[in-house]
Design a binder for this molecule. Sequence first.
Ligand SMILES: *Cc1c(COP(=O)(O)O)cnc(C)c1O
Length: 370
Amino acid sequence: MTSLLHTRAVHAGRDDLADLGLHAAPIDFSTTYPSRDSAEEARRIDAFAAGEDVTGIYGRIGNPTVERFEQALAELEGFDHAVAFASGMAAVSACLLSAVMQGKPHIVGVRPLYGGTDHLLTTGLLGTEVTWTAAEDVAGALRPDTGLVFVESPANPTLSELDLAALAETCGAVPVLADNTFATPVLQRPGQHGAQLVLHSATKFLGGHGDVMGGVVACGAEEAARLRGLRFATGGVLHPLAGYLLLRGLSTLPLRVKAASATAAGLVERLATHPAVHAVHYPKLGGPLVSFAVTGDPHAVIGAVRLITPAVSLGSVDTLIQHPASLTHRMVAEDDRTGSGITGGLLRLSVGLEDIEDLWLDLDQALKSC
Ligand SMILES: *Cc1c(COP(=O)(O)O)cnc(C)c1O
């Protein structure tokens, strides 16, 4: 599969286009689909309720443009199915509700997780109960009512990594949900290591240009049916235009991730010897994300960058920098934050597609100001 990654990234979800006489994927904006045969519609609605993937009834049940993106992402992650949502958090919410729906509301979480996910689990807003534990101690945290083990690797924002295969083995029948937003299927396919659900904030690398929000979960048939049912019931659907943009984004995903990773690795070397930097975090896996701790005032660095975009989020064509303790992980209590390595001096850099010399000039001058 790896050798075919670039090819599938371009062609997945588009294999039928030439036969349709089309080049770009069609965008279907329909909210509803007329039919003169109500008996047939009733049959299709029953099929959807029974777990089949049905389009062409109503926009909240399914959309053909969104389905193209779902097929393509499923294929890149090595799953048969994927279900797309309005945002990464809508995807997280559906996965948690799915656990609750199955009578297994206990979630085991390994910190750090994305701040929004951490907040949702900590508050128990959706009826879940969380046990936070280190990756090595997951076995001891499992209960008969554990519905999910929720992990990120590399994790946001410390870029700490865990052994997904060992974790999945420990968990046995309890599904592991891996948030693969940071690695993308270009660098890691958690399904190959036993994760049963692979989640993305599609807002980040999948879209890749900072102009579309979305979320997606790759999984097996049974879970996909539950997630589609939950999406229909709760309404967190992906807009067809977003589905189109995400499908388009996938075609350049391998090129973007590889180019940004090469630049990031170069910046890591330079940051490691910079006098204003006292620690640099970079995953063994590689990737476009770098985090580093500064000795001086991190806010001064954010205020001083000129080429780099001072903004939350990641995975865009432009390089972004943010201060996790102020932004992405603001909702996590201070003790929990520092306990999982998110210190006050930590900055997170999402490297884009600019020339490394321009990025370094900007970073270096910004670091001097702190
Ligand atoms: C951004 C992000 C999310 C949430 O996604 P949204 O699209 O912003 O809702 C979840 N997980 C990770 C790792 C993220 O970076």
